[in-house]
Design a binder for this molecule. Structure first.
Ligand code: PSV
Ligand code: MN
Length: 378
């Protein structure tokens, strides 16, 4: 619990929106350095977010070694490198699964370039999410696409260093609407299992059909030692990318119970807890602060679960007794304890209020006037 670390996505600090409108916000970063500075601010107020994930090419810079030093000087490190094969014209009909070998090669080369970014920044994880899929039955050959995907992933995996990992993220819809090429944890697992030890799965909480028992997937992937990371967010309808724990705190609690049960918070677990969120209408830095606090809060409640009492009730076939033990942990208000935890570490007891008082937001609004604000796709 004391060593809980949550990775922030650089894109959470940029402007984002829906296909209807992207709203600008005063103070939005114009460069990756400004995104990292905002991420470092979240860490400074919470003590929970020592790394920031980058998305390439959105966060492309000429000198990644210098970017690493810049981040470290601000007290954070570069985390996961996310590839992006969803915004080029050539990827209209797929990237790693494309019928045309030349397009597949371009997509593979993009991933090799991302590995170079990892080498320069010290990042350990290459995260791959593909927009590949089809919109109409018959549009593509499902099986051939799987073969091409397996082949392309193998070409990338060959370049993953000994201390690095490939993390494959699944999503059952969007932008493709009939089928996606990595729709579910089973498909992601099948591919990473075929690749080797350093290939693992990323579970994005927004990438499941409503009603899916996500904690079951967490338990299963941890059992198989293939849960590499989370992309945390919450959703009401689709992949809403809302603040984690906002829509369904109980689900987040249940997920964290399984993470702890499966050793996912142990020092050597290798499970990276990341956020993948967009703050379209709410303030971005407080949105990220709220998010990491929500993860911490539900983790603290999960850690309170009396596992011995639970196991005993389970063994006795005491259905309601077991459920009571479970709910007792969920209903425990841990906020005073966490405020104390922060005070003991020289952190503000109320990070949201402390940030509001700090003047940081006013300062960036005054300073970040020239230039183009970063946004979705930039
Ligand atoms: C796709 O919906 C996704 O979850 C992937 O992780 C992308 O990298 C990310 O969103 C972009 O926000
Ligand atoms: Mn994601």
């Amino acid at each position: 619990m004391g060593n809980l670390e949550i990775e922030l996505p650089s894109w959470a600090f940029g402007n984002s929106g829906t296909r209807f409108k992207v709203f600008g916000t005063p103070g939005t970063p114009r460069t990756v350095q400004e995104k990292i500075a905002d991420a470092a601010t979240v860490h400074q107020f919470t003590g929970l977010a020592p790394s920031v994930a980058l998305h390439i090419p959105w966060d492309e810079v000429p000198d990644y070694r210098a970017l690493r030093v810049y981040a470290e000087d601000l007290g954070v490190r570069v985390g996961t490198i996310n590839s992006n094969t969803f915004q080029d014209d050539s990827y209209k009909f797929g990237s790693l699964t494309h019928l045309d070998k030349k397009v597949r090669r371009t997509a593979i080369d993009h991933h090799l370039a991302c590995i170079e970014v990892m080498n320069a920044t010290g990042s350990a994880d290459l995260k791959i999410w593909l927009a590949d899929g089809t919109n109409y039955p018959g549009q593509g050959d499902i099986r051939d696409r799987q073969e091409r995907l397996a082949e392309s992933l193998a070409s990338i995996y060959e370049h993953i260093g000994d201390q690095q990992r490939m993390v494959l993220e699944y999503k059952f819809f969007e932008p493709a609407t009939y089928m996606t090429d990595v729709p579910d944890w089973g498909t992601a697992y099948t591919h990473v299992a075929a690749l080797g030890e350093r290939a693992v799965v990323c579970l994005d909480t927004g990438h499941h059909a409503p009603g899916t028992n996500i904690e079951f997937i967490v338990a299963q992937l941890l059992r198989l030692q293939k849960l590499g990371s989370f992309d945390f967010n919450s959703r009401f309808y689709a992949d809403d990318d809302l603040i984690v724990g906002a829509a369904d705190p109980f689900q987040l609690f249940r997920i964290m119970v399984e993470v702890i049960r499966g050793g996912g918070l142990d020092d050597d677990s290798g499970v990276a807890l990341m956020l993948d969120q967009c703050h379209n209408v709410e303030a971005k830095i407080p949105g990220q602060i709220r998010s990491v606090l929500n993860v911490q809060e539900m983790t603290a409640r999960a850690a309170l679960l009396d596992s011995e009492a639970l196991a005993e009730a389970q063994r006795a076939g005491d259905v309601l007794g077991a459920h009571d033990v479970f709910m007792d942990a969920f209903y425990t208000d841990v906020r005073p304890r966490l405020a104390q935890w922060r005070a003991e570490r020289g952190l503000p007891e109320d990070p949201m209020a402390a940030f509001a008082r700090s003047g940081y937001q006013q300062r960036i609004e005054a300073e970040r006037l020239e230039g183009t604000q970063s946004g979705w796709g930039a």
